[in-house]
Design a protein around this ligand. Sequence first.
Ligand code: SF4
Length: 310
Amino acid sequence: MSKLFGKEIKPLTRACNLAAVPDIRYYFNKPRANLYVMVNNVCQANCRFCTQHGDYRKFDFDKFQKVIDELRRTTDENELCLSKINFTGGEPLLYFEKFEKLYNIIFEKFSFNELGNGNVVINTNGIGLKTLTERNDIMKNIGFVSVSRHHYDDKLNEEIFQTNTLPTTEDIKNFSLKNQGKLWLRCNCIKGYIDSTDEVIKYTDWAIDVGCKHCGFTSLMELNDYCKENYVYVDIPTIETLSLVTSSFRYDDNDKLCCNCNRSYYLNDKDDWCDLVTWNRNLEADSPKDGILVFDGEYLRYGFFGEVIC
Ligand code: SF4
């Protein structure tokens, strides 16, 4: 156990905490944690499957500074070191100056190497992508930007997000041309949109075309009526043109399966490739909170929606 603000935290023991496969032999030398920063709990989009945005909440920058100072101390004393920082939301790039302020607080105290040589990640719907394309000073410290994009067609993508504020195919291409290897795409499989193996292949071909080498697909989690009505399961690992590389399974403390993740390799007919990941969460199992720290704008919590640390 590690201690943060005097509270005991069970650290992460290996890099991919999803992978509970027995033949992973590499464990961290130091106790580590991932920090998720919920920059905003609001968003300009209006996805019907969303449960993540609420009313505007003030962000406590002083407390965030205290958290980063404490993590600096625990890092210096080898008590708890960071493995990854994830900017998330709502939409983290909604107010770019706010994101930049948090970015500066972090990088005034930590170097790129101390944060896993690029394990700082932004999870966005893409609203700030054009700005990031021009910000080499910020992008040099960002490992990758994970963009939610639920259709290859710009108009259908807008329809899902119910906004016209998102980057077009051309904008995404420009970003990835300037930031090679730093674009990840995440797609929800939704009835009537990406809902079959053919659609997954079309999406992946489009992803390769915009310069993406890593895309992920998931089914809607049954969080509301829209999700239930539009849920579709696409059996992606069985697609003939994919080679399954690994399957990993994560269990909770009671041996209940929490999630399953499949990583595959896709090669198109021009010999261009892309990694393709699918994951499924079991909502009936609790998600282990080992090494998961979440700053929700007001409090630092142990695990998502977990108990308050400070
Ligand atoms: S982009 Fe994300 S946070 Fe915004 S409405 Fe859609 S799911 Fe919710």
